[in-house]
Ligand binder design. Structure first.
Ligand SMILES: C[S@@+](CC[C@H](N)C(=O)[O-])C[C@H]1O[C@@H](n2cnc3c(N)ncnc32)[C@H](O)[C@@H]1O
Length: 245
């Protein structure tokens, strides 16, 4: 039931993408796995606080569909590994690992969330997923230039995310961020931080979730040059003192 519903929403979304190069496919087997992930999370949520959205139809849109809308941009990144910063219960990282087929690292600084995602991926048999319990700033010290694509949803301001992702991405790699509609200041600080941290000016794509469930802005930053500051800064600095104009 949820698979059929999601399939319809996905087909409509994929058909609405203007750019002929963004043509991602999602199979019903992959959607089954995504629904399996959601069911696992909703069950685990009875014991651990993972999500406030408990209605399965609502959650299918606000977690699975909301993750999958990033897939066309993920597919546009160079071949190689994906990192989800602040994955929480595995969104958007696990649906994107399932559908993009990229080796994927799902990271969070909260251990109990990481344990749920790890157990879920293992139960679903999604082998290309590795989970990491660490803060992204310390992880970046030993994983420089390792990723082709970094994603994040509901983790931090754009300028903080740009700073987190820069040392982890290889040249031409993409940072893809999903936001509810952000304030103008956040967008201009994000573009300013992008320049300093080695990215081109981001491209923005706006969309509405099905059933008037809100708007999203997807920002795609391409790593194009060397940052003009030493990264990563000490743990906590990117959040406490974000780069701003
Ligand atoms: C609001 S939750 C969003 C979770 C998920 N991305 C989603 O959209 O459902 C933000 C998550 O980011 C994690 N987080 C925040 N700062 C982090 C950091 N510096 N390194 C790793 N994880 C971080 C938090 O522990 C939390 O689980």
């Amino acid at each position: 039931m949820l698979v059929a519903e999601l399939g319809q929403y996905w087909d409509r979304y994929a058909g609405s993408l203007q750019d002929g190069q963004l043509t991602s496919k999602v199979s019903s087997d992959e959607l089954e796995l995504c629904v399996g992930h959601l069911e696992y999370v909703l069950k685990a949520n009875e014991n651990i606080n993972l999500t406030r959205i408990t209605d399965p139809h609502e959650a299918a849109i606000l977690h699975i569909y909301d993750s999958l809308v990033l897939l066309p941009y993920v597919d546009d990144a160079p071949k190689g590994k994906l990192l989800d910063i602040g994955t929480g219960a595995g969104f958007p990282g696990l649906p994107l690992a399932i559908t993009s087929h990229r080796p994927s690292v799902l990271m969070d600084s909260v251990g109990k969330k990481v344990k749920v995602v790890e157990a879920c991926a293992s139960q679903l048999g999604v082998e290309r997923v590795k989970t990491v319990h660490e803060r992204v700033e310390s992880y970046a010290l030993s994983h420089r230039g390792e990723f082709s694509v970094v994603v994040a949803r509901a983790v931090a301001h754009l300028s903080t995310l740009v700073e987190y992702a820069s040392p982890l991405l290889k040249k031409d790699g993409l940072l893809i961020v999903s936001k509810g509609v952000p304030a103008a200041d956040e967008v201009s600080d994000g573009s300013y931080a992008a320049q300093i941290c080695g990215f081109d000016t981001p491209t923005r794509y706006d969309l509405s979730l099905p059933g008037k469930r809100g708007a999203r802005a997807i920002f795609v930053f391409k790593k194009s040059h060397k940052p003009s500051m030493k990264l990563p800064r000490a743990v906590g600095m990117a959040k406490k003192h974000p780069i701003s104009k």
